[in-house]
Design a protein around this ligand. Structure first.
Ligand code: SF4
Length: 397
């Protein structure tokens, strides 16, 4: 029979020896993950984030809500400058509720997933009109508001109100899948992972630190229990982690093979007037990039035909026929469900040119503040039409 190394002995071994020893063990016993251990680690290592209350302070529900909506599908590093600008422009739920949707979309421009901004605006109106300007406390009530799904409802309930709720996102799924070596693959494993995550809140005692527990789990997933090369030796739960004990954390969570969306292609037409103004239009209110500003273009389809796409090129009444020139290469962009390639055509018009029906000329000085999504900023950069735009807005990384 192989000898098992005790936890104390293992702690003294070098990093390279630990995985080998753990792999040799058949079913190493582990402790239960205790909330207290994670909270003690969080008290020492919590990340400082602009929306996060400092120790001893109460979280501001508006800031928690705004940050959680912005953080959906978006990294902390990307969100921070948007969050700060948005908060300066709309400092509370009342100012957001009375603002025109176009202003909200313009403040969101570049952050992507624009239905979040439309829902945020609709939600602010509902909070003011039906909840007296206060976000409700419970997960169930929060989940009835526009744009607030189960994860966001749990995050707001826990962080803003210390309700007993555990928000489970990809980071928390990863932590739990490793703690328990969950062999079922995602997405089928989601209900099980959620249940196991709820169990982590069961032994939170004393002064109900459910908000801190939620944020501690987020921080653990983001800083130590990373997708690649997790820093297990620094983890407060390493003695309770089955994947660490077996030396294979990076094998979890297991995932079913992903199906990629089919490539769609289309054309974008950049018409620049002599004074630098660019011809634009607004997209339909609903659907992908709903309500956002775009240059005219063709449909985006798998069976793109360039000649047919040219029939969508705008023309100007009372002006000579526009001389459209196709630029070499394409603009590439990846949406959640499909990648897109746009062929870009450019033309110029006299300073007297008037926009055709459904379009308008956007002065060059207003490009930076317009509700142009990242895709359209890429198109304008590709066409060389961003000369007057400040670097912060023209940056597409
Ligand atoms: S020990 Fe490693 S794998 Fe396990 S929870 Fe901690 S960081 Fe993640």
């Amino acid at each position: 029979m192989k000898k098992r190394a005790s936890a104390t002995a293992v702690a003294k071994l070098s990093r390279t020896e630990i995985p080998r020893l753990r792999r040799e063990a058949n079913d190493p016993p582990v402790a239960n993950p205790r909330a207290g251990d994670l909270l003690a680690w969080y008290d020492r290592h919590r990340r400082v984030l602009p929306w996060r209350a400092l120790p001893g302070e109460h979280a501001d529900p508006y800031r928690v809500w705004l940050s959680e909506i912005m953080l959906q599908q978006t990294t902390v590093a990307t969100v921070v400058p948007y969050y700060e600008r948005f908060l300066a422009r709309f400092p509370n739920v009342q100012s957001l509720a009375v603002a025109p949707l176009a202003d909200v979309l313009a403040a969101w421009a570049g952050l992507g997933y624009y239905s979040r901004a439309r829902n945020l605006h609709a939600c602010a109106k509902m909070i003011v009109e039906e909840h007296g300007g206060q976000l409700p406390r419970s997960e169930a009530e929060l989940a009835r508001l526009p744009g607030i799904g189960p994860y966001t409802a749990a995050a707001i309930a826990a962080i803003a109100f210390d309700e007993k709720a555990v928000p489970v996102d990809g980071n928390v799924e990863r932590v739990v899948a490793r703690l328990h070596r969950v062999k079922e693959a995602l997405p089928a494993a989601k209900p099980l992972l959620r249940k196991l995550a709820q169990g982590l809140a069961e032994d939170v005692s004393g002064n109900a630190r459910f908000g801190d527990l939620a944020q501690a789990l987020m921080d653990l997933g983001a800083t130590l229990c990373r997708p690649g090369q997790p820093l297990c030796m620094l983890c407060p739960w390493r003695n309770a982690c089955r994947a660490f004990a077996r030396g294979d954390p990076e094998s979890f969570p297991r995932k079913s093979a992903k199906r990629e969306g089919k490539l769609r292609r289309g054309a974008a037409f950049v018409l620049v007037r002599q004074d630098g103004a660019i011809l634009v239009r607004s997209r339909a209110e609903t659907g992908l990039l709903g309500g956002m500003t775009e240059v005219p273009g063709s449909e985006w389809a798998a069976d793109f035909d360039e000649e047919f796409a040219m029939s969508h090129a705008p023309s100007l009444a009372g002006e000579p026929r526009l001389d459209w020139r196709r630029l070499d290469g394409e603009v590439r962009h990846v949406f959640t469900h499909f990648p897109l390639e746009l062929a870009v055509f450019v033309a110029s018009a006299s300073h007297k040119a008037r926009a055709p029906r459904g379009c308008r000329f956007l002065p060059s000085t207003e490009i930076a503040s317009a509700a142009l999504p990242t895709l359209m900023m890429k198109v304008l950069a590709f066409a060389g039409a961003l000369a007057h735009v400040p670097r912060s807005r023209a940056s597409l990384s």
